[in-house]
Design a protein around this ligand. Structure first.
Ligand code: FAD
Length: 442
């Protein structure tokens, strides 16, 4: 007989929406806690940003979203839908295959409306603490109202059988080490707080990092800035190179040091007086509300120990995490993880024993170590993405995902790594439509 439990879902971004839908479908009682006043998570653009541009001050006012105004998706919409609810083009919306961020938000709002998620959600309610009660079987979730941006003092407590953490992981910045930075006189920010290019008018701007945000922000700023210099460890071929269509973007080695007078010296011997440094150096996992007495830890960006990136064996199945994984078409992964969690909680699918799960995790960590993969890549799905998704669909009794999804993601990943400038607009929709149709017809 299927079991129905009372579940708290923390966050109403993509992960929380997927989790809420699957838990509800499985017959569980679901309460979604969302500190914002709407669904969508990171896809809710906010023109304001953290009160500390580097986001280091723990007492700063925090803005959840890292979106910049010009942001378009870095994956085609086919990879940003749900398996049974695609992110289709609509006449009234942004018809592009790589649409602007507001089109994604509209899609997520429609998804939430379609599946009745709004009715399950306590908006403007921030979870401040999650811990096991004395019985060691239930979770106490403490929350407070955040109405109007003000955190209320009164804390509500409620008991749940299970908690699914969907709070996102693009809020707490990671900064690179730059020798001399404490005395450097220019302006610094983390990409989390970048919104529009105008503050960088006529400036010499340094970007650290070469991920999707750095690539977008560089092109956003270049038309108004004097010069943009990107410090990168990757793509040795592109070092010293100027971007074709943005003649004022240069790529360099990492920064060797910076000086009090504003000079920035790169390891390739180039140096320049700069006005601003934008750290596009990624984020840290951060669950400030979660108290597990050290059962779940975060070490060098490894949240662990987690079985298949989702369940801490000692607290499974009542505590789970959706969406920690990256370097993959994450909408689909979050959906599959959500289906798995919902079925584990109802007892339709069983987990291995705690010891077996720990053994699996130890083997995985050992594999990473033997292959020189740093801890901070623990949740990066590449190169395990196909096995991981195949494993998840097998657990929940679905057929394997069609090959075009993996092929399409690989193509995008290649475009990003090769820093193709116009890959979004050069995307060949007809070619992909034909591939999808052929595979779907089989
Ligand atoms: P989020 O969207 O961050 O949602 C978390 C939710 O939890 C938020 O609503 C937040 O308010 C809420 N919350 C957090 N803490 C609490 C609390 N204590 N109490 C109550 N509520 C809480 N992915 C793609 O597939 N395509 C893209 O083009 C793409 N572009 C990206 C661009 C940028 C700049 C970044 C940073 C990421 C991008 N991503 C992209 C990845 C992105 O992470 C996912 O698309 C996805 O939106 C993340 O969903 P999530 O639900 O895990 O987290």
């Amino acid at each position: 007989m299927a079991r129905s439990v009372k579940v708290a879902v923390i966050g109403a971004g993509v992960a929380g929406l997927a989790a809420a839908r699957e838990l509800q479908r499985e017959g569980h009682t679901v309460v979604v806690f969302e500190k914002n006043n709407r669904v969508g998570g990171l896809w809710v653009y906010d023109p304001t940003s953290d009160s500390d541009p580097l986001s280091l001050d723990p007492t700063r006012d925090i803005v959840h979203s890292s979106l910049y105004l010009s942001l378009r998706t870095n994956l085609p919409r086919q990879l940003m839908g749900f398996l049974d609810y695609p992110f289709a083009k609509r006449e009234s919306g942004d018809p592009r295959t790589f649409p602007g961020h507001d089109e994604v938000l509209r899609f997520l709002e429609e998804f939430a409306a379609e599946f009745g998620i709004h009715g399950l959600t306590r908006f403007e309610t921030e979870v401040v603490k999650v811990e096991m009660n004395e019985k060691g079987k239930e979770w106490v979730v403490e929350s407070r109202l955040t109405r109007g941006g003000e955190s209320g003092d009164s804390v509500s407590r409620e008991v749940f059988d299970a908690v699914v953490v969907c709070s996102g992981h693009f809020v707490e910045p990671r900064l690179g080490e730059v020798p001399g930075i404490e005395k450097w006189s220019g302006f610094q920010m983390h990409s989390h707080n970048y919104r529009v290019p105008q503050p960088f008018n006529h400036q010499v701007v340094i970007l650290i990092g070469v991920g999707p945000s750095s690539s977008d922000i560089g092109r956003d700023i270049a038309p108004v800035a004097k010069e943009v210099h990107v410090a990168t460890r990757l793509n040795s071929d592109s070092k010293g190179m100027k971007l074709k269509n943005c003649g004022n973007i240069w790529f360099h080695d990492m920064i060797k040091c910076v000086c009090e007078d504003g000079l920035v010296a790169f390891e390739d011997g180039f140096s320049v007086y700069a006005d601003s440094i934008i750290h596009c150096t990624g984020y840290k996992y951060h669950h400030p509300f979660l108290e597990t007495n050290g059962v779940v830890t975060i070490e060098d960006n490894r949240v662990g120990p987690l079985y298949k990136h989702v369940f801490p064996p000692a607290l499974a199945p009542s505590l789970s995490f959706i969406g920690l994984t990256f370097k993959e078409a994450i909408f689909h992964v979050k959906e599959l993880q959500s289906k798995w969690v919902a079925r584990i909680l109802s007892g339709k699918v069983l987990l291995p024993t705690e010891e077996e799960m720990m053994e699996d995790i130890r083997n995985f960590y050992q594999f990473m170590e033997e292959n020189g993969l740093p801890k901070r890549y623990t949740h990066a799905l590449r190169p395990f993405q196909v096995d991981y998704k195949d494993w998840l669909v097998a657990q929940i009794g679905l057929p394997p995902l069609e090959d075009w999804m993996e092929q399409m993601y690989s193509e995008c990943f290649k475009n990003l790594v090769e820093m193709k400038e116009n890959y979004r607009d050069e995307w060949d929709d007809n070619q992909w439509d034909a591939i999808i149709q052929t595979q779907s017809a089989k």
